[in-house]
Design a protein around this ligand. Structure first.
Ligand SMILES: Cc1ncc(C[n+]2csc(CCOP(=O)(O)OP(=O)(O)O)c2C)c(N)n1
Ligand SMILES: [Mg+2]
Length: 265
């Protein structure tokens, strides 16, 4: 149950650039919503990504409910849900955490703390740590460096093992920084400095992981350039293909809005 920041995450679990572009161009074939939702509202039956709603953090109680179903049906799966630190101040987050703690549900609750909620900086949103809130709900909460891929991986892996063993939820707060404006209509330099943004680009987790792989002798600049060229081509093909794909038909407007009743309503 990812939220709108999770392009990297949904691609890591198998969503293709073409599927994402079909969503950006609002085309009929878009698996996320058939072209009905804004881009970034991910959903895929094939990949078990539950469709996200626009009010932020509504996905937390949904994820907890799905984890309850896993427990009741004795199915071995874990729900993974993400959201921003700004929205972790909403009731949905707290109600979801409380229920998950009481019922020891198999859910990983991950806050992507990028230090801004649109124009509101972290120090005006929260005075403590998001991860410390888990204590009040009776399960572990840990803060990790969200720019360190391996640290995040280790924390999520351990949280999954706890969930599978029936030990209940884990709250993970991944510390990072929102490198771009909130949206294309946001002028971020109205509320933060260019220097602050530039300083944080130096800590970017993708560049850091690349350098780590180079240091380990597993990667090099030459291969990196080849990969970038290959990915640019893939994105261009996905963009062209989605651009040319048909729009939804007007008569399909109500498709998936109401349940189909067998034999007619
Ligand atoms: C309930 C609700 N209130 C307000 C909004 C408008 N809104 C969209 S994104 C956003 C910022 C959320 O900040 P954060 O949770 O830190 O996530 P980030 O965008 O930083 O990843 C807001 C206020 C919304 N979508 N839903
Ligand atoms: Mg944020």
């Amino acid at each position: 149950m990812p939220y709108y920041r999770d392009y990297g995450f949904v691609m890591a679990v198998g969503m293709t650039p073409r599927e994402l572009m079909l969503s950006a161009f609002a085309k009929a074939e878009d698996p996320n919503s058939g072209g009905r939702q804004m881009p970034g509202h991910f959903g895929s039956k094939r990949l078990r990504i539950v469709t996200g709603s626009s009010p932020v953090t509504t996905q937390v109680p949904h994820a907890v409910g799905i984890a309850l179903a896993a427990k009741m049906q004795k199915k071995e799966f874990v729900t993974f849900v993400t959201f921003g630190e700004g929205s972790s101040n909403q009731g949905d987050f707290h109600e979801g955490c409380n229920f998950a703690g009481v019922h020891k549900l198999p859910v990983i609750i991950m806050c992507e703390n990028n230090q801004y909620a649109i124009s509101v900086p972290l120090h005006k949103q929260i005075s403590g740590k998001v991860s410390d809130r888990a204590l009040g709900y009776g399960f572990p909460g840990i803060r990790v460096d969200g720019n360190d891929a391996l640290e995040v991986y280790a924390a999520v892996k351990e949280a999954r093992e706890r969930a599978i063993k029936g030990e209940g939820p884990t709250l993970i707060e991944a510390m990072m920084y929102r490198l771009s404006p909130h949206s294309t209509s946001d002028n971020d330099l109205a509320y933060r400095t260019k220097e602050e943004v530039e300083e944080n680009w130096k800590k970017d987790g993708v560049a850091r992981f690349k350098n780590y792989l180079i240091d380990c002798g597993l990667w090099d600049e030459h291969r990196d350039q080849d990969l970038a060229a290959q990915l640019n081509l893939e994105i261009k093909e996905a963009t062209d293909s989605a651009d040319q794909a048909p729009f939804p038909k007007p008569e399909d407007t109500l498709l998936h809005v109401y349940a189909d009743v067998e034999g007619g309503a």
